[in-house]
Design a protein around this ligand. Sequence first.
Ligand SMILES: *[C@@H]1O[C@H](CO)[C@@H](O)[C@H](O)[C@H]1NC(C)=O
Ligand SMILES: *[C@@H]1O[C@H](CO)[C@@H](O)[C@H](O)[C@H]1NC(C)=O
Ligand SMILES: *[C@@H]1O[C@H](CO)[C@@H](O)[C@H](O)[C@H]1NC(C)=O
Ligand SMILES: [Zn+2]
Length: 309
Amino acid sequence: MGEFIILKRTCLYFFVFFLVYSSVYGPRVEAWSKEGHAMTCKIAQNLLEPEAAHAVQMLLPDYVNGDLSALCVWPDQVRHWYTYRWTSPLHFIDTPDKACNFKYERDCYDTHGGKDMCVAGAIQNFTNQLSHYRHGTSDRRHNMTEALLFLAHFMGDIHQPMHVGFTSDEGGNTINLRWFRHKSNLHHVWDREIILTAAADYYGKDTSLLQQDIEGNFTDGIWTDDLSSWRDCDNMFTCVNKYAAESINIACKWGYKGVESGNTLSDDYFDSRLSLVMKRIAQGGVRLAMILNRIFGDGQQQEDLMAAT
Ligand SMILES: *[C@@H]1O[C@H](CO)[C@@H](O)[C@H](O)[C@H]1NC(C)=O
Ligand SMILES: *[C@@H]1O[C@H](CO)[C@@H](O)[C@H](O)[C@H]1NC(C)=O
Ligand SMILES: *[C@@H]1O[C@H](CO)[C@@H](O)[C@H](O)[C@H]1NC(C)=O
Ligand SMILES: [Zn+2]
């Protein structure tokens, strides 16, 4: 009897904890899941040239042993903390409902009208901050480690199609539905469900095998011929606009298409969207590496990259 009461009380504590936890971490969730971000960052780090690899190593805290992917989800963890609350709008872009396009001037601001406060503005901002690192001309007010983590994370976010979604449904967050048998929402399906279902169905839940399969597909596989066009980038403003436009385009054609609140999404949806999710993770990683190689490398390209911003 006594044990039973203790058990009940423990349950109550967990329940209260859960309520507090979910009010802190809800409702507009997150980004590519930690799995998606980690894969994007691992793919990128594997493509770094020696100078960029060294710079990244120098910027990372010792405890991660040079592994960028260990901290790629950090911006999602701190966005609810008081000091980092300003970063919250930097994870996404709200575009007008049904417009299915992205216009920087129209869409890249936060709810208080703060200009450039969206994921496309943030990527330019942190690329710009990091581009001074190599010359030792960094603004002391800027923390270069944080700039690296933000850039790496936001390159993942901008490639998640539902992160450039419609305003009224918060990028699919308010479209509640079922993913196979459990409750989810459309945003979360693209953040996490598709990745986890793929890992469970085809890779024995091992996301490092999934990541290697993605890498194989651009090294010597279905995307090999596309690799150089993914990397094409004359200046950051044009490039982030392109990445965001690709995302809202996919969100319209494949994310929202045919989906309503209350639906159950299962095999049909999974099978037809899986390769797109994998391609976006690949593109995010390849393009993050391209940016890091250019801002930390000693070529002439760096000046060009930020020239028009
Ligand atoms: C750029 O970064 C600085 C801090 O490093 C921040 O104050 C500013 O709001 C950021 N702007 C954008 C658009 O990310
Ligand atoms: C930069 O930011 C990291 C992570 O927030 C922090 O641990 C570190 O102390 C900061 N470095 C400086 C020089 O402020
Ligand atoms: C890689 O390409 C193969 C062959 O087309 C495909 O079956 C597989 O699903 C792809 N894997 C990923 C992770 O994209
Ligand atoms: Zn995010």
